[in-house]
Design a protein around this ligand. Structure first.
Ligand code: ZN
Length: 306
């Protein structure tokens, strides 16, 4: 068994544990009489590191290049840090650290990519092997767990907002045609009463057992008339209070609804009403409690500023 293992629990070792009546090996021995006593307290072990600290050698790791040698390898032989590292037998990051220590300028990204053109053109020009062929199935199609969570997040961020492909008109048109008419997965299907009940209950935010009726059939109060609606649209300058679209002309495709903030159709106070476009109006059916807070805060803020 190697000695080092017993080093830590020396007192437990049967051979070296202190026993009563036992005489220590160095009892009554002096420097003059015994060599072993002479060496007590002397530095031992990592000699190379000690020499480095004393300044007798320049490196105590495998890395032992001088500034000139490193400069030659990097700038004259045009090797990368990782290639030099492989030659010397250290990590590439060590080389980059020493480049910094020696104040040697590093290549820029474009300079280094010119040194390695095959890598520079990677993915920029399709080769006969990599170009898209009709009928070819992508390697990652229908596969799960291919990308890590971090990668998926980055891929998602790269396509958010204005970068989203669905912002481009030609893509929008393609998507529209792809799901039109009979191609629509819901074409000719009718939803069952049970399914409708489930949706309604989830929109109202109550469990299915407590569900009694569809709130969309609730009658509006007589106050909620065209005059009031027109007045409110004008008051908010014909702007949807969620997406900010301005809709002056009402068409069957896009129009400005008046939304009841607390979802109570009988509550027609001005502070309970806000204009929303028809798209936004459907989207506020879910998570009703959050939306109530959101719009009430907005109205309170408006009242403070005006
Ligand atoms: Zn809207």
């Amino acid at each position: 068994m190697p000695r080092g293992i017993y080093k830590r629990k020396k007192e437990n070792h049967p051979k070296t544990a202190f026993k009563k009546g036992h005489t220590p090996w160095n009892k009554n021995l002096t420097k003059e009489t015994d060599e072993r006593v002479k060496n007590i307290g002397k530095k031992s072990g990592k000699t190379k590191k000690r020499l480095y600290k004393e300044g007798k050698i320049k490196h105590f790791t495998k890395f032992n290049l001088t500034k000139e040698e490193l400069n030659n390898l990097y700038w004259k032989e045009n090797l990368s840090g990782y290639q030099i590292g492989k030659k010397v037998g250290v990590e590439g990051t060590t080389i980059y650290r020493w480049l910094k220590k020696y104040n040697i300028k590093r290549r820029t990204t474009s300079e280094s990519s010119k040194l390695n053109p095959s890598r520079y053109w990677l993915g920029k020009h399709p080769t006969p092997e990599t170009e898209f062929k009709k009928g070819c199935i992508p390697w990652n199609k229908n596969k799960k767990g291919v990308y890590s969570k971090e990668t998926r997040r980055k891929m998602g961020l790269a396509k958010t907002g204005d970068k989203s492909p669905s912002k481009r008109p030609e893509v929008r048109e393609k998507l529209r045609l792809a799901n039109l008419g009979e191609k629509n997965p819901n074409y000719g299907k009718k939803r069952s009463f049970e399914s409708k009940k489930k949706t309604s209950a989830s929109h109202q935010g109550i469990p299915l057992e407590e569900w009694t009726h569809f709130t969309s059939f609730n009658p509006y109060s007589p106050e909620f008339n065209d005059r009031l609606k027109k007045y409110l649209r004008k008051k908010y300058n014909y702007i949807c209070q969620l997406c900010g679209d301005k809709i002056i002309k009402q068409t069957p495709k896009k129009f400005l609804c008046i939304h009841h903030i607390n979802y109570n159709k009988k509550d027609c106070r001005e502070e309970n009403l806000t204009p929303l476009c028809n798209f936004c109006n459907t989207s506020v059916n879910k998570n009703r409690e959050d939306w109530i807070k959101f719009f009430q805060n907005k109205i309170n803020l408006n009242n403070l500023t005006t």
